[in-house]
Design a protein around this ligand. Structure first.
Ligand code: VGL
Ligand code: ZN
Length: 226
């Protein structure tokens, strides 16, 4: 017998630094998703979570910490501190979402009192962490770059995760793929995300979702499902 689904809403990184007009890494049209996210927040999800990219000033993803390298165009090799043979390539960014700065704040137009809990990510200065679950390091996983997200979803017996926020081609994508891989039925709401790379990047991301078991839906679909 199939149990009744228990849905979580995961609002990824809807922070000042990712939004025009004042963000340091503004996602084009980023603020446009807020009304849809507030509509979603009024639906009866079992659990409503928001994540924050929460970097220390010395975070390795900032080009400013790598003299001579430039944001957007430069990449670095990130090494697993617990296993130097495990590495991954990662893009460099302008300084963003630094702990204690205005750019780190969630957008105040969001209906934040409806959010049950805020999950912090990207706190370990040594590694990039797009996914709200964990850094890509596996062998062994770096525990300072594993969030409490999996435990929260497990504790609340969540079966389905609806992902929205910024940016569709980075943290939303990585979080949704990890969610599907973790065994949750996973949905991304088309009109509730925007990409650093604009519409072209969104089309590419949707192909990847299709391959990785993530469903792309719209707000009307979520209203019926919740
Ligand atoms: C993100 C780039 C750098 C995101 C975070 O939230 O998508 N993108 N850090
Ligand atoms: Zn970041």
């Amino acid at each position: 017998m199939s149990e009744k689904p228990r849905l979580a809403l995961l609002i990824v990184d809807v922070q000042e630094d990712f939004c025009p007009p004042n963000g340091s890494l503004p996602v084009p049209d980023g603020r446009a998703i807020i009304p849809t996210i507030n509509d979603l927040l009024s639906l009866p999800f079992t659990l409503k979570l928001a994540t924050k990219d929460h970097h220390p000033q010395n975070h390795t993803s900032f080009a400013s910490n790598h003299p001579g390298l430039k944001p957007f165009e430069s990449f670095i090799t990130i090494v697993n501190p617990n296993n130097p043979s495990e590495t991954y390539e990662s893009r460099l960014w302008p300084d963003h979402c630094i702990q204690g700065t205005p750019g780190n704040a969630l957008i105040p137009e969001l209906d934040l009192p409806k959010v049950d809990k805020i999950v912090l990510k990207g706190c370990d200065p040594r590694v990039e962490m797009y996914s709200a679950f964990k850094s890509p390091l596996r062998d062994p996983p770096l525990l300072t770059a594993v969030s409490e997200l999996s435990s929260l979803l497990e504790d609340h017996k969540i079966t389905d995760v609806v992902v929205v926020g910024l940016a569709g081609d980075y943290c939303v994508k990585a979080s949704a793929i990890d969610s599907a891989e973790g065994g949750w039925k996973t949905y991304v709401v088309d009109e509730a995300t925007r990409c650093v790379g604009g519409d072209v990047a969104w089309e590419e991301s949707k192909k990847e979702f299709n391959e990785r078991g993530v469903n792309v839906v719209n707000l009307e679909w979520v209203k019926k499902a919740s």
